[in-house]
Design a protein around this ligand. Structure first.
Ligand code: SF4
Length: 371
């Protein structure tokens, strides 16, 4: 089984915190880029087994016109075999939700919406430079539900400048009232080359204290549990049966194909990534010059990725997959983490506790091996 990811690198506005690959000035090459995406879809079909999940991410997939989506879906159906219950996720910005769009998205086969609400506070949306207001998100979710979308995920960000614990609690109470099936909640990170970093350096925004972010994370877990949502990955929470199949395949180290500029792919042994430039991508796809780079994972890299990804999930790290025994130093480290109640070890499975999740990256790094 494979997952198929399509990267749509168009956005209306540049959100201050975002360091994904996208452009806000794309109209003059938009058609060529979509044609290149369609071409890449046709060229990569030999890499796929049955497709279990399709994910339109970006950027802003909900910018796509009906004709553009029709073309991409035509290619997908022509060149790939989709499982009968294939999960087809579409990332949506609230300002794009309308009756006409919902009708079209549903009709073309999209069965899961991932809606970028981000916050329940309009003043946050302003410094984030988002293109929507809170009411757009709330009305959009309601409309999508009335229209029969019954697998909806919402994105929220916490650890925001000036966001108190009680404000975050109010956001969590509000999001679970929406009767959605899935929540992705990310702690704000201030990436170096973003406008947010600039605002912080100019002291126009004050980053949240790490201790407060940790408290917000623990509240997130508690609140999701009490609303029937399972925390199945550090940033992801789902009602039973509604975890993201597509993203779970990343965390479970399963193969996927990524098309579009900057998209990554994995075949079980090697990673491949497309050029992170819309013009170069459009010019190079299908031509003799390559539009991607490939790297075969060394044994240590494979092992490190298994540790990093596994520890983030409720399934934990399957020690049998590592193919090697822990060294004495690593075993001592694991015992120390267990003593601190940061992880539990059962039957060749290492799973982080809630306290441990606060230190997930550090725990993983302590167990990494370098070539
Ligand atoms: S809409 Fe999404 S991808 Fe685009 S700039 Fe904002 S956060 Fe980044």
């Amino acid at each position: 089984m494979s997952g198929l990811y399509l990267h749509i690198p168009f956005c209306r506005k540049r959100c201050t915190y975002c360091d994904f690959h996208f452009s806000t000035t794309f109209e003059n090459y938009r058609a060529d880029l979509i044609a290149a995406l369609a071409l890449e879809l046709s060229l990569r079909s030999n890499e796929a087994t049955t497709i279990q999940s399709v994910y339109f991410g970006g950027g802003t997939p909900s910018i796509l016109s009906f004709a553009e989506l029709e073309l991409l879906f035509k290619q997908i159906h022509q060149y790939y075999t989709l499982a009968q219950d294939c999960e087809i996720t579409f990332e949506v910005n609230p300002e794009d939700i309308s009756l006409d769009n919902l009708r079209f998205w549903k009709g073309i086969g999209i069965n899961r919406l991932s809606i970028g609400l981000q916050t329940f506070t309009d003043s946050d949306l302003i410094w984030m430079n988002r293109a929507h207001q809170v009411k757009d998100g709330l009305e959009g979710i309601k409309l999508a539900q009335q229209f029969g979308f019954n697998n909806i995920s919402v994105d929220l960000i916490y650890g925001l400048p000036g966001q108190s614990l009680s404000a975050w609690k109010a956001s969590l109470d509000a999001v679970f009232q929406l009767k959605i099936q899935h929540l992705s909640a990310y702690c704000l990170t201030i990436e170096p080359k973003t406008a947010l970093n600039h605002l912080v350096r100019q002291k126009k925004l004050q980053p949240a204290a790490e201790t407060l972010q940790s408290e917000q994370f623990l509240l997130l877990i508690e609140s999701s549990r009490s609303n029937g949502f399972e925390p199945y990955e550090i940033s992801n929470f789902a009602l039973p049966g509604f975890h993201s199949r597509h993203n779970s395949s990343y965390w479970k180290f399963q193969p996927y194909i990524g098309v579009g500029p900057s998209a990554h792919s994995f075949d079980g042994k090697s990673r491949r990534w497309n050029v992170r430039n819309n013009t170069l991508y459009t010019q190079k796809v299908g031509k003799s010059e390559s539009w991607y780079e490939t790297e075969i994972l060394s044994e240590n890299e494979r092992r490190n990725e298994l540790i990093l990804l596994g520890l983030r999930t409720k399934w934990g790290l399957d020690e049998a997959l590592l193919n090697t025994h822990w060294t004495q130093k690593e075993s001592a480290q694991i015992e120390e983490f267990a003593r601190l109640n940061w992880l539990k070890r059962t039957d060749q499975q290492i799973v982080l506790t809630e306290q441990g999740k606060l230190h997930a990256d550090g725990i993983a790094a302590a167990l990494f091996r370098v070539d």
